[in-house]
Design a protein around this ligand. Structure first.
Ligand SMILES: [Zn+2]
Length: 388
């Protein structure tokens, strides 16, 4: 009996050292397929690329797998099949590929919904090529890029009725695109169209690549005090925040990359040089103008926060030449507001008034590329980490 007790103890302690992989999740975006391994503890791993046929082996040291491999329908364009084998000292996953891919791997620490994770990104060759700029027909089309915050591994705020900010804001962003597209002379594009994560700097780069006139990032708030409610509009600040609340919100939204998963390499994007049509102070001035136009329209929808457009160091608003605002649609931490935000009638109301604000702005500043370029021909350079 005593022997058995020790044997059980030995097995239990041996198991306690193992890393349990409970699930493999897949996020497909136009740029990559992301594999996420959910682990019970931080993982030690090896990654081996093999050819003929193309495949990648992922060894998780002292790993055990208790989940199911993802179904064929969820594998996306790069993966043929995922299989695994249990070894004494590791679990080996083999990802059979359709063609050669570029691979990036990194680990993520636990957040409010997920635990430890190993992330493996597979990028096809088309994503590696630089994107062609799509020039906007001069003076004919006013282009608005709408950014639904968060996505993929980053849920954003989570409501008391389990509303995920990332889902809510994508719904509203899609409605806003439809509403803006219906305006004569205005076209809208989305930074993300599905449930996957895009790094903050990449979102602004998408707007720059498209030569957008405006950039609007859509979010929903949360606060420990359940009664907090209302809509707020933010712009970038060159130094400091206009209020403690604005600073806190910017800090939280800037954590997105940490939640959503950006491998260190991508941080180089910050150094990308761009030709600025507008200087930083002009961009902020226009953003404040846009913000107050949108804000005054939104005053018809519900309670507004603060006395005006607030400012803080939002990374996602550092779009060099493009006036940019961030709209917090309301507090999903407030059960009443969360319920309202989930209704299509309220979403449509929000969208209708944001659209009116954008139309006002487009009327005041009709696109004239030549005018902007000559007025600001000496304004160029990197934005880098300025204004953080
Ligand atoms: Zn957010």
């Amino acid at each position: 009996m005593k022997k058995l007790f020790f044997l059980v103890l030995f097995l239990l302690s041996a198991d306690a050292f193992a890393v349990q992989i409970s699930d493999i999740r897949i996020w497909n975006s136009p740029e990559r397929t992301r594999l996420v391994f959910d682990a019970s503890a931080s993982v030690k791993y090896d990654l081996i690329l093999l050819s003929n046929p193309e495949r990648v082996a992922i060894d998780i040291i002292k790993g055990k797998f208790f989940g199911r491999v993802p179904s064929a329908s969820s594998l996306g364009p790069h993966i043929k099949k995922i299989r695994y084998g249990l070894h004494v000292d590791k679990v080996r996953f083999v990802v059979d590929l359709r063609a050669k891919v570029a691979i990036k791997d990194f680990v993520l620490k636990p957040n409010q919904i997920y635990g430890h994770r190993l992330v493996v990104d597979l990028e096809g060759s088309s994503a590696a090529q630089p994107k062609q700029k799509k020039p906007r027909p001069n003076g004919k089309e006013f282009l608005v890029v709408i950014d639904a915050g968060h996505g993929g591994e980053d849920p954003g705020a989570i409501g008391s009725r389990k509303t995920y900010e990332k889902k809510l804001v994508l719904q509203v962003a899609k409605r806003l695109k439809k509403s803006l597209d219906a305006q004569p002379g205005i076209r809208a594009e989305l930074t993300r169209k599905g449930d996957y994560y895009i790094p903050l700097r990449r979102r602004t780069q998408i707007a720059v690549d498209m030569n957008a006139n405006l950039f609007i990032s859509v979010h929903a708030d949360s606060f420990t005090r359940k009664s907090a409610h209302g809509i707020s509009v933010f712009a970038l600040s060159e130094r400091g925040a206009t209020s403690e609340r604005a600073r806190l919100i910017a800090n939280r939204e800037n954590l997105s990359d940490l939640m959503g998963g950006v491998e260190l390499e991508n941080k180089e994007d910050v150094l990308v040089k761009v030709l600025a049509d507008l200087s930083l102070s002009e961009q902020i001035e226009r953003s404040l103008d846009l913000g107050s136009m949108v804000r005054s329209q939104l005053s018809n929808v519900g309670k507004l926060h603060g006395n005006g457009v607030e400012q803080a160091g939002f990374v996602v608003l550092k779009t060099p030449e493009i006036p940019s605002i961030l709209v917090e649609l309301g507090f999903i931490s407030n059960p009443k507001e969360e319920k309202k935000l989930n209704t299509s009638s309220y979403q449509k109301k929000l969208v209708r008034h944001i659209t009116r604000g954008v139309v006002r702005y487009a009327e005041k500043y009709p696109w004239n590329q030549d005018q902007w370029r000559t007025a600001n021909s000496d304004a160029s350079g990197s934005w880098g980490a300025k204004g953080r």
